[in-house]
Design a protein around this ligand. Structure first.
Ligand code: AMP
Length: 286
């Protein structure tokens, strides 16, 4: 039973998606960048590279079993998909933005008959219907920000991440239609395939979790062990090991949050910690 997966072939989501697959142990080979399709060497899995917006379509038609794309693309497709995992990158929002010089502060000020440029026509249509505005949607496939200045539209609905592109183009964000990040999704799957997909996603999840943690090793005085345990509780308490020929010191191994490294190392030093080592973790299977 060969599984098929669709992932973005270029653009913002491509690089990190490939990185996650590789780190989770799927061997895409050396030349994945030049190929539209890859048979993963060490798994019964085929990976197809397509545009981010085509991933939901491929899943919906059954051409692939699951895939990775932005949640915005899933929402725009209108297809009922199951979200399997938030991938914690590709954060953005689909927003309504207007030229600063129009002086609008709220979507309620958008006049009927307004022209809206967007590459998300379905979400835009349902948004303006929801807020009771009659607008004319002009579908573009990118660079929506420029459309008001080209006289193509009055306002836009577009993806925003930091907001700097909006600022550069003198646009004000009025409302957020959808919040998005990269996700793994599937349609209806038979039990056997579902299980295989779950195994792959568990592996990806373990990579994402591991990236937030580090592995810390240190030699600490036995007399301070209780305080060390409080300073570095780890997942289920630190692992404690004897050091050959030493009754006064033990070695501890512990997994801690990356954001705690600075504090933990300082606390350990104050408690007499020596030979403190900090190592990356490849995977964390809870
Ligand atoms: P791309 O192929 O580069 O057009 O990227 C497509 C996907 O990247 C979008 O559907 C979003 O999910 C995601 N993305 C994240 N941040 C942004 C952004 N600032 N602008 C456009 N796409 C973004």
């Amino acid at each position: 039973m060969t599984l098929r997966m669709a992932i973005p072939n270029k653009g913002r989501l491509n690089e990190r998606t490939v990185e996650l697959l590789m780190k989770s142990g799927l061997d895409l080979g050396e030349d994945w960048g030049r190929r539209l399709y890859i048979s993963v060497k060490n798994q019964d899995l085929e990976v197809v590279f397509v545009r981010a917006q085509d991933v939901p379509e491929l899943i919906n038609t059954g051409a692939v079993d699951f895939g990775i794309t932005g949640w915005d693309q899933v929402a725009e497709s209108g297809y009922k998909m199951q979200k399997l995992l938030d991938l914690e990158f590709g954060y953005c929002r689909l927003s309504v933005a207007v030229p600063e010089n129009l002086g609008m502060r709220s979507p309620s000020e958008i006049p009927d008959g307004c022209k809206v440029a967007t590459s998300f026509p379905k979400l835009t249509k349902s948004y303006f219907e929801r807020i009771g505005k009659k607008v004319k949607i002009i579908q573009v496939s990118g660079a929506a920000e420029i459309m008001p200045y080209m006289g193509v539209s009055d306002i836009i609905v577009d993806l925003v991440s930091s907001g700097s592109t909006l600022k550069m183009n003198r646009l004000t964000e009025l409302d957020v239609i959808v919040k998005s990040q990269a996700v793994a999704i599937c349609g209806k799957l038979e039990a056997e395939k579902k299980e295989a997909v779950t195994d792959i996603l568990d592996s990806i999840r373990s990579v994402i979790e591991a990236e937030k943690k580090i592995y810390l090793m240190a030699d600490v005085p036995v007399k301070n062990l209780k305080a060390v345990e409080r300073a570095c509780p780890g997942i289920e308490g630190p692992t404690i090991m004897n050091i050959a020929g030493r009754d006064d010191m033990v070695a501890i191994h512990v997994v801690i949050d990356k954001s705690d490294v600075f504090d933990s190392v300082n606390k350990l030093k104050k408690l007499g910690g020596k030979g403190i080592l900090i190592l990356p973790i490849d995977r964390l299977v809870a």
